[in-house]
Each structure stands twice: as structure tokens, then as C-alpha cells.
Ligand binder design. Sequence first.
Ligand code: PLP
Length: 575
Amino acid sequence: MTRVVIGSDHAGFELKEKVKKYFDEIGVICEDKGVFSTNSADYPDIASAVAKEISLRKADFGVLICGTGIGMSIVANKFPGVRAALIFNEYTARMSRMHNDANLLAFSGRIFDFEYVKELLKTFMESSFSSDSRHRKRVEKIADIEREILESAFPYFSSLRKFDPEVFSAIVGEIKKQEYMINLIASENMISLRSLIALFNPMNNKYAEGYPGKRYYGGCEFVDQVEEIARERVKRLFSAEHANVQPHSGTQANQAVYLAFCEAGDKILGFDLSSGGHLSHGAKVNFSGKIYKSVSYTVSKQTHLIDMNEVREIALRERPKIIIAGASSYPRAIDFRAFSEIAKEVGAYFLADIAHPAGLAAAGVFPNPTPFADFVTFTTHKTLRGPRGAVILSKSEHAKKIDSAVFPGSQGGPFMHVIASKAVAFKEAMEDDFKDYCTQVIRNARAMADEFLKLGYNVITGGTDSHIVLVDVTPKGVSGAEVESALYNSGIVLNKNVIPFDQRPPMNPSGIRVGTAAITTRGMKEEEARKIVQLINKVIASKFDSNVINSVKNEVKELTSGYPYYKELLNHMES
Ligand code: PLP
């Protein structure tokens, strides 16, 4: 079915409405970018909204109508890949298609009446690009000119592509995979383009051991500014007394907290790995379980929720130095206040690790543990949508010890370009639209949980309060590992996951973990979230039939194409 994007200014409004009606009658899908009245409007605004869609190849062609058609065609031709033609009679309508492969037509809303325009549109739609090599060569030359302009404006990609094609093509491959597959890995997201660009900066070169105003290297005035901005923003975001923005990862943030407040052999109490905890909360294979004596709490066998009575009993018995709350695959809100009260009762420090829901907590749609916890750690690349890295928040009284444990205790020079990017992510997280994003993340997760339940899956805890849905797939006679692998072949990326009290081995467990941070970043809502669950179910119900896998793969491609995210970046890289 033909898809068209249309737009006009006030002078073209009435004609546009008639053209839309005509498209509707002949079965052409038509997206209207405005205007929606005869109130005076600026033609560049509408022309760029339409041309952008054509540049991203989201429609077959575009239609622009203003007083003469001239202003709008000028604007549209600024967009890569757009070939806008100003048409005024049957001959130009036909030739624009046959010789110039025009993908957008602009015309006057003041000179022509609707019947005349209808004939022009018919002619345009019935014509096709000539197979004559002369015309093809000329249109390719237009593309060459665009490429040259793009390269001279931003030469870095072409320079890397020419110098190191192997690495370049692996990078492009990864971006394409992220763009055209559905990413449901709960610990991942799609970094915001502003944070991504902030990473691309020569602060990378700067050694800045120490902290703003007190460095072991000279020349730190600008990186000081950036670190100070990042610290202040993140403190404001979480209402924290102190922030350290230097940890390179969530694991290193937790490591610094233990280093600051525990001696080797001290006891730490964390959430059991197989119930949803993280390696760095005391798993035997991790430094946290090797250096410290770790004990753990699990979830209730009946509800799969954390049982605060059990946590208290264990804490009273074991008297740990630190109690850790936070998880990698626990879908529900955590009662941070109750944890802090238990910690106080047993004389322990309380560490809340919100690596996963940090963005949601910053936006106020998930509990923020900062008022209750001695320390809060989190990663900046999951729901916060920033660069890889982490943060430690703490009470002021612990600031000195935390800072010393990060540097010089467990890290050397901070990654100042990453801190610049973190600062941008924190600024974005203060915006109203970030709150909308986080609200939608949870709505999407709830829609998915609901759809899984409807289709007969066992959703652990019966739902979610976050971006995570943990699903037991064994009622369908399949394992988590089989589902992970078949879905990957269908264009859907997620990970197998143990479920609480899993009877199956960790490499082939009963569950899958689903996260909605990335699909929501690209604009998907509940309808798409439900559709994705239906696609997952289609693959599982077919018992991984290769024909079904292939047809789902096509549906995934169509779905992701409707929600482009790195498309413009790819256009730049491949230009
Ligand atoms: N803490 C929790 C709860 C996590 O889920 C994760 C990672 O997923 C981390 C810490 C570790 O983060 P990183 O991979 O940056 O070390």
C-alpha cells in the first residue's frame, strides 16, 4: 500500500484537506504533518517535518503545498535523500518522476484548483523512474554530491571507514542490529544521542586523578567544571548529600563501598543471585564473595517477593557489616525504608544498589532509596539512558571515605569524557519528557506482563513495578535457553534467566527476562509491547518452526522500521 506524508502552510491548507480526502478515496495511507487551520504558519517548519520522514524513507513520497510551492521545495531539498520537485503542469509532474526520481512534490496552493492538482498527482503516481542509464547516472550524481557535503561537514566516519574498515564494519553491524532488532535485554538501553555525542570528546585524553579543585595533575580546570556539574546534577536528581561520579561500572561502585566500610572477612548480607541479586552482592564467584564473608536472603516460596521478616531474621542472626538491597531480575519495588530500619536495628550500613531502576527512581516513578540508605549505587547506562558507568551517592558523613575508596582505593584516572556524558544524561533526566519516558517504560512492562499472563505464561510475582518482567516459559514445554536462541533468530534479543527456586541449571533455566527500557526509548507504547509478546508467543507456540521464525523476523523488521532511532547516525556513517 502506498504511504504518503503531506504538509502545507496556511496558504495550502484548504487544498491539502482535499488532497487528503482524495488519497483516502483511492486507498493511499496519508500522514498529515500539519498545518491544521488557516492560521498563519512558517512553511520551513512543516516542510522539514515532511522532508525528514522522506529522508528516513518512512513513506513512498511526500507532498508539500504552500503559496507557490517554492519555499517548501527549497527547504525539503536540504534533507539528505530528498529529491523535491516543484511541479506546475502534467509534463513536470511526469518528468520529475521519470528523469529525477523525485520522492517529494511541491506545488502552489494559490494557483491551482483541486481538479487540476488531482490530475498532477495521478500523473506523478502513474509514472516511474526511467530505466535509461543516463537518468540513473545523473540521479546517482546527486547522491554523490550529498555524500561529499555530509563528509565535509563531518569527516570522522569516512576517515575511520577508510583507515580501519574491519572495525568500522563491526561498529556499523552492531548499530544496524540495534536499529533493526527488538532489544528486550533489561540491563540495556539505547543511549540518548546527546549523551552519545558528549562521549565523543577529547576529555578522553585528560588525566585527572583526584577530585575537582584537588587533582594530582595540572590543567584540570575544564574537567573540574564538568565533574562539578555532574555531581551537582545527580545530587539534585536524587536529593542526595554527596555524589561520586567516577566509578567506571556498577561493580566498581559496589567494590568501593565495601572497600570503604568493610575489612576482608567482614560479613555482607545481599540478595541471593538466583533470586534476582547481582554478582557483586556477595556471589561466591565474585570478589565480593571471595574477600568478604557473604550471606544472602531470598524470596518467599509462595509469592516470590522479598520477605522482610526473613531479611530481619537473617540480619539479627548474622550481624552483617553491610546490608545490600537491589537486584538484576527482581521486577518489583523494594521496601528501602524497611531495609534501612533493619540495618539500623543490627548496626549495619545500608547499601541500595539501584543499577537497574535508577532512571525510574530519578523520575519519581519508582522508590528512591536515597533518604533511607547510607549509600546508593547505580549504573548510568540502563534506565538512565546515559553512557556506561556508575555513581555512588552517600550521606555527607561518608563522603570522604567513599571518595578515597574510589580514588586512590580502587581506580586510577577517571574517564572525564564519560563524566561529561553522564552530566548530559543527568540533565536529560531532569526534563519533564524523561518522566513521561519512565512512566511509559513501566506501562509497557505492565502491558507485556499482562499479555504473557493472557497467553498462559507464568509471570513471576504476577506482574511488575519496573521495566523488568520475569517470565517462566516452562508451562509451554520449552526452556529459557531455547527461547533466547530461537528469538534471536527471529530478531528479538533477550536473555534466559533463572527464576526463583529454579529446578533447571543456570545455563538452561526456566525463565526469560524482558526489559522495556530500549523499546520505549525508540517510542514504542503498550500496543507495540503487546504485539512483541504475541510475536514471542508465535515463535514458542510453533516449537521454533523455521518458517515461523522467518516470518516473525520480517514482522520485527517492519515494526522496528517504524521506530527509527539510530537511522540518521547510520545514514551519516554509510554516506
Ligand atoms: N548491580 C546490579 C543490581 C546490576 O544489575 C548490575 C548490572 O547489570 C550491576 C550492579 C553491575 O553493573 P556493571 O555491569 O556496570 O558492573
